[in-house]
Ligand binder design. Structure first.
Ligand SMILES: NC(=O)c1ccc[n+]([C@@H]2O[C@H](COP(=O)([O-])OP(=O)(O)OC[C@H]3O[C@@H](n4cnc5c(N)ncnc54)[C@H](O)[C@@H]3O)[C@@H](O)[C@H]2O)c1
Length: 317
């Protein structure tokens, strides 16, 4: 049994704790939060209001960090110094030196570390990456990715809305799409961006030039109560692969449309892909658990790719 401790029982923990609990070979031994009222939803594990005490009183294989962004690096380093493997919510940190310190600690302590960049484990995004790599629809020409929503209204002492704590729209939201681009295509050759940041409003658009193709992206925290909407359109020579409100669709040059992850077919389906449409939050935790269990390197999320992403985001601050 892998023994897991989760620190931070706010919003995103709801995508972590139940997923750990779905795994037969994992036991969530304890959860930690400075607000005890957050424990109600997790009655099974032991409850701690103090992280040091939780580490002292239990043996863990994995600590899972679901804390606000500004605490990620220091809590990861503390757990790794006790010889515990760490998986952390994104972003890894706001500063590049914290990334270096995290990986230095992991190496020195001979433990594994992974930041859970969920799009790397998201079936629809993996599908696009595989289309690019196989060339099944020809070369990639252009892409659009968007991640839109309203300004964060409620969080633990409003940390989301404080630049020095969350990094605002670049580090909190746009990071997902940029991280996917770097994961799938490597570092862009160049980029331009525009940002409108006002009280209660933050909007960023960025265009990444990869030489053979370019990618437009948008991220928003609108003041308006705009419902969260993420998606993409990738224009290949022979097809458009789109994730929109009706899910993933491939529109090909012959006028056919197919739903490759559900197997649903419009007129014809020439796609060879048969990827499972799983839950990215489960997939990322399962991947890390397997790396720990089988003592395999965490190859899917590398320090170099995270540094590339952070370097670009820091120019958008
Ligand atoms: N991957 C995704 O799709 C995704 C989505 C949402 C949030 N996130 C990330 O998850 C992280 C957490 O976001 P959230 O929305 O859950 O935040 P949140 O504010 O809802 O929850 C954070 C929790 O941490 C607790 N906490 C704060 N300081 C603590 C301490 N010193 N010790 C123990 N507990 C402490 C708070 O009481 C709170 O319950 C952020 O970094 C965010 O960027 C990722």
């Amino acid at each position: 049994m892998l023994k897991v401790g989760v620190v931070g029982c706010g919003g995103i923990s709801g995508s972590h704790v139940p997923n750990w609990q779905r795994m037969d070979d994992v036991e969530v031994v304890a959860v930690c939060d400075i607000r005890p009222e957050m424990f109600q939803k997790y009655p099974g594990p032991a409850h701690y209001e103090d992280f040091d005490k939780m580490l002292d009183e239990n043996e863990f294989d994995i600590i899972d960090i679901c804390l606000p962004t500004y605490l990620h690096a220091q809590f990861a380093i503390k757990a790794m110094k006790k010889g515990i493997n760490v998986v952390s919510e994104k972003p890894i940190a706001l500063e590049e030196e914290d990334v270096i310190a995290i990986y230095e600690t992991a190496e020195k302590m001979n433990v594994k570390y992974m930041v859970a960049q969920c799009l790397r484990f998201w079936a629809e995004y993996e599908f696009v990456k595989s289309c690019y790599e196989s060339g099944v629809y020809g070369k990639l020409l252009t892409a659009n990715l968007w991640r839109l929503g309203g300004y964060p209204k409620r969080s633990f002492f409003d940390w989301y809305t404080k630049k020095e704590l969350s990094g605002l729209i670049p580090f909190d939201l746009h990071i997902h799409d940029l991280d996917f681009l770097v994961y799938a295509f490597g570092a862009p050759k160049s980029y331009v961006f525009n940002r409108k940041e006002l009280p209660g409003n933050d909007y960023l658009s960025a265009t990444y030039d990869y030489g053979d193709f370019f990618v437009n992206t948008e991220a928003s925290w609108y003041k308006a109560g705009y419902p969260f909407y993420m998606g993409f359109r990738f224009q290949f020579e022979q097809a458009v692969v789109a994730l929109e409100k009706d899910g993933l669709t491939v529109y090909d040059a012959n006028g056919n449309r197919s739903k490759p992850l559900s197997g649903e077919v419009g007129i014809a389906n020439e796609s060879d892909f048969d990827l499972p449409s799983g839950d990215a939050y489960f997939n990322e935790l399962r991947y890390f658990a397997n790396c720990v269990k089988e003592n395999r390197p965490v190859e899917k999320v590398t320090k170099e790719s995270l540094l590339t992403v952070l370097h670009i985001l820091n120019e958008m601050k």
